[in-house]
Design a protein. Sequence first.
Length: 113
Amino acid sequence: MNEDALSSRERAVSLLECYESLLTEKQRGVMDDYYRYDLSLGEIGENRSISRAGVYDALKKSNEKLEEFEKNLGLLRKKEQMKEKIQTIEKELDPAKKLQLYEELGKEITHGI
C-alpha cells in the first residue's frame, strides 16, 4: 500500500472515530468492515448481500459524509491540535511553564475550545 493510500485510510479511520454515530447503521457497518476489519469489497458484499458496486458506492458516500461533517464541525482538526498542545507541554522542561501550559489547556477544554 502506498503512502497516499495509507494516509487516506488513516484519515478515514480517524474521521470514522469522530463521526461514526452520525452515519446510518448500514454506512457504519460497511465502513467498519472495510477500514477496521480490512475486508474486501467482495467479502463485504457477500456478508451483507449487496453487490461490490453497492459496497463501493456506500463507502464513497460515507466518506463524503464524513468529510462534510469534518468541514462543518472540525472535530478531527481540534483533536489533532489538542494532541500537538499536549506534546508541546510534555516536552517543556520548566515546571512553572509546564503548569501554565496545562492550566491554559484546561481553560480551553472547560470553555469548549
